[in-house]
Design a binder for this molecule. Structure first.
Ligand SMILES: *Cc1c(COP(=O)(O)O)cnc(C)c1O
Length: 379
């Protein structure tokens, strides 16, 4: 059997173990310590724009704290991109609030500004102004941020930016993860860099980040005994995991180059195959880290080609590929949530496939993927 090719696997840089060894040598084996502080500073320096960063146990925890900081409570509504991973919307439910899902537009595959405005107007007309807008940059592709921020500002609704997949991407030169009132990064094992598991909350508002650190460490008031006047969470990042993160930050620029190179390699390899369309940046203002390379199978069905058959053909070659994420308004768990859409994200789900995209794929790995896809088309 051929060696397994994963869709996106961890890729260490080399210095991670030295940061972990330092943690052991100094006995900082805890959810605080010099690696946590250092990792936060590294992320803040990478993003620039004077942002502050809280390193947390996961991206999901960061999204949850973002909603808490914005005062989202039971009975509230939060607008959320439908085409995303369930972790974007789950924290809305943790708060007892209702997600209001909005469909994608076809250029970036992210939230449609027109449908966003329609949703905001209709929710206000129905008597409830949304408490926040959760925007996602799927597979690293920037959403139409000018138009989305303009709508959010005009209706005075804060934006939570789920940039879990978009570290290293930018829009008009501004790094993703710096647009939201609060923005979120993830360092899960499959992301562009990893801490094995982890996340971060990012904001220009230092008070919010301080409050996030407070809530993430069980909301302990300043007192010698355990004194609490808020409900707290155990959401801080471990100093061991943050050591991995510091090592990963050293090679993040290389990882961005490598992920993007995968995308361009596939694009060239499949250039002659008119059925395969790519998730291309619509304009030079959009700079994607191409965390995952996603393709759409257009006008292929009549030839008996569809994304599921290609996925199975790859699986037979021990190559992992995955359909684009299923829109959340179609998920059983969110079946009763309001939805504003035109079928775009459902259509993307039916036609789309994510190809192996790790920064650690070799030329031979990529060639194997291309051969398997081309072999399927030729058969
Ligand atoms: C990975 C991911 C998350 C969740 O991050 P975790 O660190 O796994 O909790 C949230 N949103 C999106 C879009 C993601 O890809």
């Amino acid at each position: 059997m051929n060696r397994k090719i994963w869709i996106s696997s961890p890729h260490m840089g080399g210095e991670e173990l030295s940061y972990i060894k330092e943690a052991f040598d100094t006995n900082w084996i805890a959810p605080l310590g010099p690696n946590v502080d250092g990792f936060e500073q590294d992320i803040a320096a990478f993003l620039g724009r004077g942002v502050h960063v809280a390193a947390l146990s996961s991206g999901t925890a960061a999204l949850h704290l973002a909603l808490i900081l914005l005062g989202v409570q039971a009975g509230d509504e939060v607008i959320c991109q439908s085409k995303t991973f369930s972790a974007s919307a789950n924290p809305i439910a943790y708060q007892g609030a209702t997600p209001v899902f909005v469909d994608s537009e076809s250029s970036t595959w992210n939230m449609s500004p027109e449908l966003l405005e329609e949703a905001v107007q209709d929710r206000i007309a129905k008597g409830k102004k949304p408490k926040a807008i959760m925007i996602v940059h799927l597979y690293g592709m920037p959403a139409q941020m000018d138009r989305i921020m303009e709508i959010a500002d005009r209706y005075d609704i804060p934006v939570v930016e789920d940039a879990a997949e978009a570290l290293g991407s930018s829009y008009k030169g501004q790094p993703l993860g710096t647009f939201g009132a609060l923005s979120v990064l993830s360092f899960n094992g499959n992301k562009i860099i990893t801490t094995s598991g982890g996340g971060a909350l990012v904001s220009a508002n230092e008070e919010w980040i301080k409050k996030a650190r407070f809530l993430a460490t069980q909301a302990r008031d300043a007192a010698p005994h355990y004194q609490h006047s808020h409900i707290g969470y155990n959401y801080r990042m471990s100093n061991i995991c943050a050591g991995i993160g510091r090592g990963q930050m050293e090679i993040l620029p290389e990882r961005i180059v490598q992920r993007r190179a995968n995308f361009f390699f596939y694009q060239e390899a499949f250039a002659a195959m008119t059925e395969i369309k790519f998730h291309i940046a619509p304009h030079a203002d959009y700079y994607s880290n191409h965390w995952l390379t996603a393709i759409l199978l257009e006008d292929a069905e009549e030839k008996g080609i569809n994304r599921e058959r290609i996925r199975l053909a790859l699986e037979k070659e021990n190559i992992e590929a995955r359909p684009l994420c299923k829109p959340l308004h179609l998920q059983p768990v969110f079946a009763t949530a309001p939805f504003y859409g035109d079928g775009s994200s459902e259509c993307l789900f039916e036609k789309g496939l994510c190809l192996p995209s790790g920064s650690n794929l070799t030329k031979e790995d990529l060639a194997r993927v291309v051969k398997a896809v081309k072999g399927y088309f030729a058969s």
